[in-house]
Design a protein around this ligand. Structure first.
Ligand code: HEM
Ligand SMILES: *[C@@H]1O[C@H](CO)[C@@H](O)[C@H](O)[C@H]1NC(C)=O
Ligand SMILES: *[C@@H]1O[C@H](CO)[C@@H](O)[C@H](O)[C@H]1NC(C)=O
Ligand SMILES: *[C@@H]1O[C@H](CO)[C@@H](O)[C@H](O)[C@H]1NC(C)=O
Ligand SMILES: *[C@@H]1O[C@H](CO)[C@@H](O)[C@H](O)[C@H]1NC(C)=O
Ligand SMILES: *[C@@H]1O[C@H](CO)[C@@H](O)[C@H](O)[C@H]1NC(C)=O
Ligand SMILES: *[C@@H]1O[C@H](CO)[C@@H](O)[C@H](O)[C@H]1NC(C)=O
Ligand SMILES: *[C@@H]1O[C@H](CO)[C@@H](O)[C@H](O)[C@H]1NC(C)=O
Length: 357
């Protein structure tokens, strides 16, 4: 039989081609598609009720970071603590919260920068003046964390919105139970974050938040005294000892020695050079389950940014309140007075919402 391309063969060929190109298009569309969002949140929640929301926050933060880029780190960590303890419901902002500035005996590894709370309250004032009491403190915190990443050199991304503010703050015990310690190994970190539906790639990506910001000595002197952690680079350790001559020196150092104020992938390069600050950081490059992820992020910043954004969107939706749950606070550090039976201080419920600060 002659080797001929019959009409019917040609037709089959066309069908296969068409099918192939369709599935290719489908795949690239799927990759460009944003990650799933929980019921009650949406990408355009305030588009009609507060169209200037995101520009108000970004413009204000630009000014603040121009003065002190360190504030970006404080805002990023604030959102992380909010989400991990009791869900992203702004509970971390309430006076009396175990991570809050008013908790006098919070260990330094837990206490957040007092300035971060002030910035959120300032943003709330600006937003409320423009739009009324429409936007939750939890959403403002999530947007501020995103802007902290972007304005420090990281990726820009859309944040699903519509969170409501919680009515109770978390006690110290609940807070400690939900925030892993920096002296944890990878097994502990993976287990702890798995309870929040975060997989190893999410864990390594989120730990990359340590590409900006600072730490107190007490969070890492377990690796210096009584003897230096053998995994730690010798010179790096000796320099840390100069900053923290004893295990209770009240001093701070940067988390990412290569580019402490820039949101980039250098944190992973630090880990590959055994210059990660916490056990929980450095062990990601020792543990077989996470080592390759660290390497992949260290050599490909776009990959890190992509996975970081996906993990942030996941983290940003942990146990959120939506719809008619919770409330929209008139003051991020206190419950609205009208809401009954609560744990936390209260503020007059200003419905028109023109509290100036
Ligand atoms: C995986 C478990 C994590 C542990 C054990 C951990 C632990 C810590 C500790 C101990 C500090 C220093 C606190 C101090 O001594 O002042 C810190 C700082 C920081 N963390 Fe984490 N963290 C974790 C995850 C995250 C995540 C998911 C993010 C955000 C995506 C993040 C962002 C930050 C930032 C930006 C700072 C610097 C804060 C500042 O400069 O004010 N961390 N972290
Ligand atoms: C908090 O934890 C401590 C130590 O584990 C325990 O003694 C205390 O009873 C706990 N407090 C509450 C309110 O659960
Ligand atoms: C903070 O330090 C305390 C001891 O002061 C420790 O029990 C706790 O696990 C640490 N937690 C975090 C999140 O660093
Ligand atoms: C990780 O830490 C836990 C709790 O301290 C410990 O039980 C476990 O043996 C450690 N795992 C490794 C691989 O070091
Ligand atoms: C704090 O760290 C700085 C810089 O690393 C160092 O020069 C200083 O001596 C440290 N302060 C104390 C009290 O150890
Ligand atoms: C600090 O170091 C001293 C002396 O090495 C030791 O006795 C003490 O237990 C350490 N404290 C902490 C919290 O590690
Ligand atoms: C880096 O990661 C991006 C995003 O996933 C990917 O498109 C690109 O191909 C990767 N680059 C290299 C050199 O592997
Ligand atoms: C918010 O409430 C706190 C009390 O929890 C109060 O100190 C502060 O002045 C209030 N801020 C505004 C802008 O009303």
């Amino acid at each position: 039989m002659a080797y001929a391309f019959s009409k019917s063969h040609f037709f089959t060929f066309l069908v296969i081609l068409t099918f192939l190109s369709f599935s290719l298009i489908k795949e690239s569309e799927a990759q460009a598609k944003p990650p799933p969002i929980v019921k009650g949140l949406s990408w355009n929640f305030y588009d009609s009720s507060c169209p200037k929301l995101e520009s108000i926050i970004r413009n204000e933060l630009k000014k603040i970071f121009d003065d002190d880029i360190g504030q970006a780190a404080g805002l990023l960590r604030l959102h992380f603590h909010d989400c991990f303890v009791q869900g992203c419901d702004g509970s971390v902002l309430l006076d009396g919260s175990a991570s809050g500035p008013s908790e006098k005996d919070a260990p330094p590894n837990l206490s957040l920068r007092a300035s971060a709370f002030k910035i959120i309250e300032k943003l709330r004032g600006r937003v409320q003046k423009q739009c009324g009491r429409i936007v939750s403190c939890a959403d403002i915190t999530a947007i501020a964390a995103r802007d902290a990443v972007f304005l420090s050199g990281g990726a820009d991304y859309k944040v699903p919105l519509g969170r409501r503010d919680g009515l109770t703050f978390a006690t110290r015990n609940v807070t400690l139970d939900n925030l892993p310690s920096p002296s944890s190994n990878t097994t502990t970190i993976l287990n702890s974050l798995a309870t929040k539906n975060l997989n190893p790639t999410d864990v390594v990506a989120l730990s990359g938040g340590h590409t900006i910001g600072i730490s107190h000595c007490s969070s890492f002197t377990n690796r210096l005294y009584p003897k230096q952690d053998p995994v730690m680079d010798k010179t790096y350790g000796n320099n840390l000892k100069l900053t923290c001559p004893t295990n209770n020196t009240d001093n701070t150092t940067v988390l990412d020695i290569r580019s402490p104020n820039k949101f980039d992938n250098k944190y992973y390069v630090d880990l590959m050079n055994r210059q990660g600050l916490f056990t929980s950081d450095q062990d990601l490059y020792t543990d077989k389950r996470t080592k390759d992820i660290v390497t992949n992020f260290a050599v490909n910043q776009s990959l890190f940014f992509e996975k970081f954004v996906a993990a942030m969107i996941k983290m940003g939706q942990l146990n959120v309140l939506t719809g008619t749950q919770g409330e929209i606070r008139a003051n991020c550090s206190a419950r609205n007075k009208a809401t009954k039976s609560f744990l936390g201080s209260v503020v007059e419920d200003v419905v028109e919402g023109f509290l100036e600060i």
